[in-house]
Design a protein around this ligand. Structure first.
Ligand code: DGL
Length: 269
């Protein structure tokens, strides 16, 4: 692990770009290598075996690119693959997930009593938020709801589809009736955070990992003396996909407006 090596970030699609953007804000001197597994999107409806298998291959790819740290910028992959991959790669790079920073915040925020979690089927099935929170805060109730259509809806980002009331229909579910806070347990969901806030008339606390992940990574790199030593250059990031689409190219440019070249690579055969 060398301090001037890049940070790897991956997700099934555009959700991870929200994380890459947050990391870039806190750590502007770090070079990022992003991998979007568009070919296998959405992860949230896949089996654990498949998600683990994709995550392993992507992590191998990012290690070959000499990443000193890798962020699993997907809740579904974090919930299923993080623990297993951590054991496998701990001598080669630092590994982060997007769930722990939010769980830490809930544990420390004493005004939270009844918290809802929305996420993909894969994430909600693991019950990871509920078990991790209730282990440390027995006074908090966690109510989970799988919202399987949301990630694809956000990838499409089509106003006509939003008007069909899919978001509102999920949020009106009885599981989320009496909550004082809501975890956006999928890295795609910050993109519809304002729609979610409007539904609740801004009366609840909305938590997403973007507020915490940058600081978490910064602190860990600092402690390990792995912060990039070059603070004069803006590094050139690299973006890889398993399937090139114009939609993903456009979305990447929204988050990283300077010339972005998406490279399609085949790492799964
Ligand atoms: N962004 C991902 C997550 O946080 C997954 C979306 C998907 O591919 O289902 O779970």
């Amino acid at each position: 692990m060398h301090r001037d090596n890049p940070i790897g970030i991956f997700d099934s699609g555009i959700g991870g770009l929200t994380v890459a953007h947050a990391i870039n804000k806190v750590l502007p001197n770090e070079k990022l290598i992003y991998f979007g597994d568009i070919q296998h999107l959405p992860y949230g409806n896949k089996s654990s075996n498949k998600i683990l298998n994709y995550s392993e291959k992507i992590v191998d790819f990012l290690i070959k690119k000499k990443c000193k740290a890798i962020i699993i910028a997907c809740n579904s992959a974090s919930a299923i693959s993080y623990k297993l991959l951590k054991k496998k790669v701990s001598s080669k790079c630092l590994l982060f997930n997007v769930i722990d920073p939010v769980v830490k915040e809930v544990i420390n925020n004493k005004s939270i009593k009844n918290i809802g979690v929305i996420g993909t089927l894969a994430t909600i099935k693991t019950d990871i938020y509920k078990t991790s929170i209730e282990k440390k805060r027995s006074d908090v109730n966690v109510f989970s709801l799988a919202t399987p259509l949301l990630a694809s809806l956000i990838e499409e980002d089509d106003n006509q589809l939003y008007k069909k009331g899919i978001i509102e229909s999920y949020l009106s579910h009885k599981n989320l009736k009496n909550i004082d806070s809501l975890i956006l347990g999928c890295t795609h969901y910050p993109m519809i955070q304002s729609k979610i806030a409007t539904h609740y008339k801004k009366k609840i606390i909305i938590l997403n990992t973007l507020k915490y992940i940058g600081y978490e990574v910064y602190m860990k790199l600092k402690t390990k003396n792995l912060l990039n030593s070059n603070n004069h250059n803006s590094p050139k990031h690299n973006f890889y996909v398993s399937d090139y689409t114009e939609n993903f190219q456009k979305k990447t440019q929204l988050f990283f407006p300077t010339e972005i070249i998406l490279k399609e690579v085949n790492i799964f055969s």
